[in-house]
Design a protein around this ligand. Structure first.
Ligand code: OTU
Length: 603
């Protein structure tokens, strides 16, 4: 009977139908039989090879699926080399992460990348090897164990949409192997031109177009991003099989989370912009099902930098438009709340809390065992366009594009009086795209120079945005160097592999000496206070906006507490009384410019 079955067998029975349903939707009934046999074989082998410590983790997390939706969850994201040179160097610096209270560590550019320019590691040459400059997979396995003992979960990127053009699969395709040629999309120049008309541009200035001539393949290969990033053909079941095997192999090395890069782009369909297609969701649900069977401790995190309305389905769906099966089908445990991040910067530029309030209101209703990943900065630009629809829904006299252009210009320091020192990304400033810059440079610390008042205002803005990420309940993740107030780094312009890529502006090397600076001490002190306040509030999970009584002030209910964020440079009166957990003092009737107040319930 069922209790005589091993946990794996039980999960194969319980979750297997969900996985097969995705395969049927993607590849049709006829393909599923043989494919399932192969996948089941991969699942069994992966589970059999899973270390006892990880099997124990599986059981613990199955019993507590909300384990990562906790008030004390706090994340950190970094390039390994920029943080500490190597995996060994990072291991030696783990104490810095522990001191910050980190429970979740996302390592960028860890896997073996393409030779030469690799889009910051997002052109992967071998998913199962560590970038040789950084160390070995054995070292990473030891790091994962070391971190697990400190309750820090290790996350790695799984770039699903593309491989590097020097990945083994691409090399075999170039050598004429039809099995691997079918791993990619190869089109005639005419078909590519026809498709191009429906597609957007992620890197319009440095990598225009979505196709690249590949003479060895006899056509044009689909390259949504850089020409050396070849989009995988997920309509080919062999790609699914290969990627499930990659993912489970990595899970067995001790990675506890995968950041699914560029999830929106996985499925191509003629006549569409090839973003957020229903099949892209079925692919992610298939991966989730495979993990739920063979490595259920492992989290999936979706990176979908798309308009707000398209984002929640990456958590999974019920009987919605993208699911005809009935019953909730989970997708990712974590999804980046990119729109909230963008909204925070728009709010600072406008001195108004209207946009983040709208995004918070649209960010509720999460399924169990799911949470937003909230953040203020990451390794990418701030892409303004994703909140256009949200602005269009707000009552305002100014048209949304004009509003975002104004926010972009402000962030890029082009507006008189702006404190921000960002730079336009993929644009000379004439079209709306993105902005680069570190948290500190965008918030005014660079422009402040030695002026103590201006520095104080910059620190408040930094704390305000950290408060937005933390009080809104998500797994708040700080980007390396922001805790130290690192400023824009212009040296990339001298590096031939990076000079064309403005995002390196905000990917500085960690300055370990700077950690002792006044700026770093102030920022980390405030971060620690925010974290402690959230833990005391008991808040985590879907956000809840609160009426603050003033359009400049964002109110958020966090657990038992109420948090108020003044996005303006004005002193604003609030009708709140009690005790501020951040300052440890009674709350004044007036919020100072850019002040954050965290009102404890036990006030
Ligand atoms: C992701 O980003 C990564 O975070 C980028 O660093 C990579 O360049 C890119 O994928 C290709 O692997 O489209 O929805 O700054 O927001 O490129 C995912 C632009 C993406 C990024 C965008 C992004």
């Amino acid at each position: 009977m069922s209790d005589a079955l091993s946990p794996l067998e039980q999960r194969l029975r319980a979750v297997g139908p969900r996985l097969r349903r995705q395969l049927r939707r993607l590849y049709g009934d006829a393909a599923v039989g043989p494919l399932w046999q192969q996948i089941e074989d991969v699942l069994r082998r992966a589970h059999a090879a899973r270390a006892p410590a990880l099997v124990a983790l599986d059981e613990a997390r199955l019993a507590d699926p909300d384990w990562f939706v906790a008030p004390d969850m706090f994340g950190y994201s970094t390039y390994v080399d920029r943080f500490a040179g190597s995996v060994a160097g990072l291991t030696a610096r783990a104490d810095h992460l522990e001191a910050l209270g980190v429970r979740y560590l996302h390592l960028l550019a860890l896997l073996k990348a393409r030779a030469g320019d690799s889009d910051g590691g997002f052109a992967v040459a071998d998913y199962l090897a560590v970038e040789p400059r950084l160390g070995t997979m054995d070292e990473v396995e030891a790091l994962a164990e070391r971190l697990r003992a400190a309750r820090i979960s290790l996350c790695v990127d799984l770039a699903l949409n593309h491989t590097a053009d020097d990945h083994e699969w691409a090399r075999r395709a170039k050598a004429g192997d039809p099995h691997y040629r079918a791993f990619y999309h190869v089109l005639s120049p005419e078909d590519a031109a026809a498709r191009e008309r429906d597609l957007g541009q992620v890197f319009p200035t440095t990598a225009p177009g979505n196709f690249t001539r590949a003479p060895e393949l006899g056509g044009e290969v689909w390259t949504t991003f850089y020409p050396f990033q070849w989009d995988l053909n997920w309509a080919n079941p062999a790609v699914m099989l290969a990627m499930i095997e990659v993912m489970l192999t990595l899970a067995n090395r001790g990675f506890e989370a995968f950041r699914l890069d560029s999830t929106a782009f996985l499925w191509k369909e003629a006549g569409t912009d090839c973003r957020n297609r229903p099949e892209a969701h079925y692919i992610v649900r298939a991966l989730r099902s495979a993990l739920d069977i063979a490595a259920p401790a492992t989290l999936l995190k979706a990176e979908a930098i798309v308009p707000t309305a398209f984002v929640p389905p990456y958590f999974g769906a019920d009987d919605g438009a993208i699911d005809d099966a009935g019953g909730f089908e989970p997708e990712c445990h974590l999804v980046y709340n990119n729109s909230l991040m963008v909204a925070g910067w728009v709010a600072l530029a406008e001195g108004s809390a209207a946009l983040p309030r709208a995004i918070l209101a649209a960010s509720g209703g999460l399924p169990r065992g799911a949470n937003w990943l909230s953040y203020s900065r990451c390794h990418d630009d701030i892409g303004w366009g994703t909140v256009l629809g949200d602005l269009a829904d707000l009552p305002a006299e100014v048209d949304p594009v004009a509003r975002l252009r104004a926010a972009a210009r402000f962030s890029d320091g082009q507006t008189p009086g702006s404190w921000a020192r960002g730079e336009p990304f993929q644009s000379d400033g004439s079209v709306l795209h993105g902005s680069n810059g570190t948290m500190a440079s965008l918030a005014g610390l660079e422009a402040a120079g030695d002026d103590p008042d201006a520095r104080e205002m910059a620190f408040r803005r930094i704390t305000l945005l950290n408060a937005l990420a933390i009080a809104s309940g998500g797994l708040a993740t700080t980007y390396m160097g922001d805790e130290a107030g690192l400023l824009n780094d212009h040296v990339y312009r001298d590096d031939p592999e990076h000079a064309h890529e403005g995002r390196w502006l905000h990917r500085p090397r960690m300055d370990w000496d700077a950690l002792g600076s006044d700026a770093a001490r102030r920022i980390t002190r405030d971060l620690a206070r925010l974290r402690r306040a959230r833990i005391a509030s008991g808040g985590a999970g879907a956000p809840a906006p609160l009426d603050s009584g003033d359009a400049r002030v964002l109110g958020i209910a966090c657990g038992r507490d109420r948090v108020f964020l003044n996005f303006s440079g004005d002193a604003v009166g609030i009708a709140a009384h009690g005790f501020d957990r951040l300052s440890g003092a009674p709350v004044a009737a007036t919020l100072a410019p850019w002040q954050t107040v965290w009102l404890g319930e036990d006030a």
